[in-house]
Structure formats: C-alpha cells, structure tokens
Write a new protein. Structure first.
Length: 232
C-alpha cells in the first residue's frame, strides 16, 4: 500500500483493504469501526498524530506475513455473515453475562473509593441490553434477508436490508461509544494499586471485549453492510 494512497482513503477502507493495518490504528487510538468513515488525514488531525509516522507504521504492519484467512473484503456476504455469527456473536453472548457480573461486583465492592466503577457498571448494563437485541435482529432479520437476496433477488428482502442496516449503524454507534467511554473512565483499563483479583479480571475482560467489538463492528460497518447495500 503506497503512502500516497492512504490520504485518499477513509480509515475503514484502509483496514478493509488490509486487516493487518488495524494494529497500527489501534496503537494510535484511532477508531476504525464506528469511526471508519473518517478520512485518514482527519483522523490524524483529531488525535494530534504525525500522519507520516502513522503511514510508516501502517506500511510496517503490511510487511507482516499475510494471513489469507483474514482477507475479509473478498468474502461472499453470506459466508461473512455466517462467520460473524459463529465468531463474534458467540463471543459476545458468552462474555456478556460474566462482564455484567464482574462490573457490578467491583462497583459494589470498590465503588465507594472508585465511584467511576458505578458508571462503568451502568454503561455495561446498557451495552448488554442493547447488544442482545441487536444480535437477535441481525440473526433473525438482517442476515436472512441478505441470504434471500443472494438466492432469489427478493425485492422485499432488499427493503429489509436497507431499513435494518440504517438502524444497526445507530446501534453500533451506541455500543462503540459506550465502550469508548468505559475505556476513558478506566484510563485504558488501568487497575489501581488497591484493585483486587476480581478488579483485574473485570478490566482484562473489558479490554478483550472492546478489542473483539472493534473487529466485529468493522466487519459489519465497513465490509458486510456495504456489500449488502450494493445487493439491495
């Protein structure tokens, strides 16, 4: 990927073209999922990052061995939607109950001295409620509509795709924004000196959840949804 090309692309397009670049954006604290529509130049300006330095880090990332399995942009939309369900949806469903439990527990135990944990628990409870319904709608409405259009070119399914994606994007904004808030509140999941083992486990799980959510939302916002809208 030539340096000049980066300036003409959005952050989401860069990562969609080569997922290896996601590591450079993550290190720079640049949102490539919900904020994927932002241009490379604007993202650097907003974060106060030297664009040339980031370009060099992106180029270094693309020199890492290429895993053809992660070439998501070339995947068929039906296959990609199945992958998202089997990988990211299952991860979310498996981890949500534990995170609701742990965030509430550390808020109850440490909230007096660390009141920010009460806010974290409240935010994650809202994420839990939002994502459970969101995943259900994708699996029962949007993804079947994508498969229906591929198989039959159904006009009804095309209407469903357009209306569902518009709503899904807003829900992604909420979940991504809430996790960004949690990251900021916890100062990047930094455990204080008086943090117990449960405190550390909760923050480790939150960080893992955020990492997975970024990839999950990126695959939908920047790859699957554009493919589906093109079909529609």
């Amino acid at each position: 990927m030539e340096q000049l090309q980066l300036k003409t692309l959005s952050v989401g397009e860069i990562v969609a073209n080569d997922f290896r670049t996601s590591s450079a954006f993550k290190k720079a604290g640049i949102d490539f999922c919900c904020g994927g529509k932002q241009s490379f130049t604007d993202a650097c300006v907003e974060k106060g990052i030297d664009a040339v330095q980031l370009e060099n880090e992106i180029l270094l990332a693309t020199e890492e061995p290429l895993n053809e399995f992660m070439n998501f942009k070339n995947w068929d939309p039906v296959f990609l939607s199945d992958y998202i369900v089997n990988t990211h949806h299952k991860f979310v469903v498996k981890n949500l109950p534990d995170l609701v439990f742990y965030t509430q527990k550390i808020a109850n135990v440490h909230g007096e001295h660390h009141p920010e944990l009460i806010e974290v628990a409240d935010l994650f409870a809202k994420i839990n409620d939002e994502l459970l319904q969101h995943l259900k709608n994708e699996e029962e409405v949007l993804f079947p509509a994508i498969k229906e259009v591929v198989q039959t070119n159904s006009a009804t399914a095309k209407v469903t795709i357009k209306s569902e994606i518009e709503r899904m994007l807003g829900e992604h904004e909420f979940a991504g924004g809430a996790m960004d808030d949690i990251n900021a509140i916890t100062k990047g999941y930094k455990v204080p000196d008086d943090g117990c083992t449960t405190y550390r486990v909760a923050f480790q799980l939150l960080e893992q959840f955020e990492d997975d959510l970024h990839t999950h939302v990126h695959l939908e916002n920047n790859i699957l949804y554009p493919k589906a809208l093109k079909l529609a």
